[in-house]
Design a protein around this ligand. Structure first.
Ligand SMILES: [Zn+2]
Length: 139
């Protein structure tokens, strides 16, 4: 059975994936407008500059769930053993930047809009890890 697909870093995302491999979450900040953006792209979504320059900076990995979906069917190889799996759309505490990732801990997690989560990492292969999220227990 094939394993899960691995991320393929390009020039824009190489720093993100290198940090993830070390279980660190970094997000790109545009030099021109100073806004965080993810994923970094050839056009900054904030200032619309077509030659944006980004620096990657560490973020807390803490955030709030905006929405989620439960996948019961896999459309990519390597996920069948993980079904059903829960994907969350998370707004990071550092600003208006969103990350979509898997919520670890089961598809029946007690989730609501506004649930607090923190980043964690799934090791997929030697030197390859991807960000995921874990629920922060409510006080
Ligand atoms: Zn910008």
């Amino acid at each position: 059975m094939p394993g899960r697909p691995l991320p393929v870093a390009d020039d824009l995302s190489a720093s993100f994936w290198a940090a993830a491999a070390e279980h660190r979450l970094v997000i790109a900040r545009c030099f021109r407008c100073n806004e965080l953006t993810h994923p970094p792209d050839l056009v900054c979504p904030h200032c619309h500059h077509t030659d944006p320059q980004f620096r990657f900076e560490p973020v807390s990995g803490s955030g709030t769930v905006c929405s989620w979906t439960v996948l019961h069917q896999s459309f990519l190889p390597g996920f069948d053993d993980d079904l059903p799996l829960l994907l969350v759309d998370v707004r990071l505490d550092e600003g208006d930047v969103r990350l979509i990732g898997r919520l670890l801990g089961g598809a029946d997690a007690a989730l609501r809009a506004g649930s607090r989560v923190t980043v964690t990492f799934e090791d997929l292969a030697p030197g390859v890890a991807i960000p995921a999220f874990a629920l922060v227990p409510e006080a």
